[in-house]
Write a protein that binds this ligand. Structure first.
Ligand SMILES: [Zn+2]
Length: 73
């Protein structure tokens, strides 16, 4: 079961990188093993399986509803 559709992943990526909001970040990002990616320390990346952290096993299955919709133009 996918957490997000392919189109929703594109929209979530947009909000992470170009939105006016602080990007979603990993709750473990201050453990010394996380680096700056996607514009912030431990920023999460959206996938159809949910958000993933590139530096640990953290995943997140939810997003704000407005973020799932196209937020530009
Ligand atoms: Zn992490």
């Amino acid at each position: 079961m996918s957490a997000f559709t392919p189109d929703e992943v594109v929209n979530l990526d947009f909000y992470q990188r170009h939105g006016n909001f602080h990007p979603f970040t990993c709750p473990n990002r201050n453990d010394g093993n996380h680096r700056i990616v996607g514009g912030d320390l431990g920023a999460l990346f959206p996938t159809v399986r949910g958000w993933i952290c590139p530096f640990c096993d953290y995943t997140q299955q939810w997003a704000h509803g407005f973020m799932l919709k196209r937020g530009w133009q």
